[in-house]
Design a protein around this ligand. Structure first.
Ligand SMILES: [Zn+2]
Length: 166
């Protein structure tokens, strides 16, 4: 991978943060909340690599971040459901998608406990990472500068999603 590309990736990661506050004030959901461990979808990195394209593998299984305004869905305004690209679990509905101006698909709510929130200590800061609760795939991060009624902004990578229109 060329250095320039790495720099762009780093910039992309950094701009998906909340400059005012990283404090998460919503309710936390433990990774195993409501979902038995036996129901979790578990595959080796090799198996994931076989079923995911390069960009999706990088985001979902290596916690990567796509560059802003480059993904498939940041500007998608169709009605439907966003599914996990790794395991097809429904994660977000179009009714909760809003224009955040960040260049990543942004939602103010998630579908039940299908999305979990965990602490992310990478890049020398503490952020709240959002993952698919079924396959533990990395989706993005959640911030507390979203619109009503939740006040949350789920900042998600398009490469982690598949869209199913109504
Ligand atoms: Zn999943």
């Amino acid at each position: 991978m060329k250095l320039g590309y790495l720099v762009l990736l780093a910039l992309g990661s950094l701009s998906c943060i909340n400059s005012t506050s990283n404090q998460f004030t919503g309710s936390f959901i433990a990774l195993d909340d409501g979902i038995q461990d036996t129901l979790k979808i578990k595959k080796s990195q090799k198996q994931w690599r076989e079923i995911l394209d390069e960009k999706s593998f990088y985001v979902l299984r290596q916690k990567g971040t796509e560059r802003a305004f480059t993904g498939k869905y940041w500007n998608n305004n169709r009605k439907g459901t966003y599914l996990c690209k790794g395991c097809a679990t429904p994660l977000f509905k179009s009714e909760t998608k809003f224009k955040s101006g960040t260049g990543w698909p942004s939602f103010f709510d998630k579908i039940g406990s299908n999305v979990a929130v965990v602490k992310d200590y990478s890049l020398s800061m503490v952020r709240d990472e959002v993952v698919c609760n079924l396959c533990d795939g990395h989706l993005g991060h959640v911030f507390n500068d979203g619109p009503r009624p939740t006040g949350l902004r789920y900042c998600v990578n398009s490469a982690a999603l598949n869209f199913k229109g109504e």
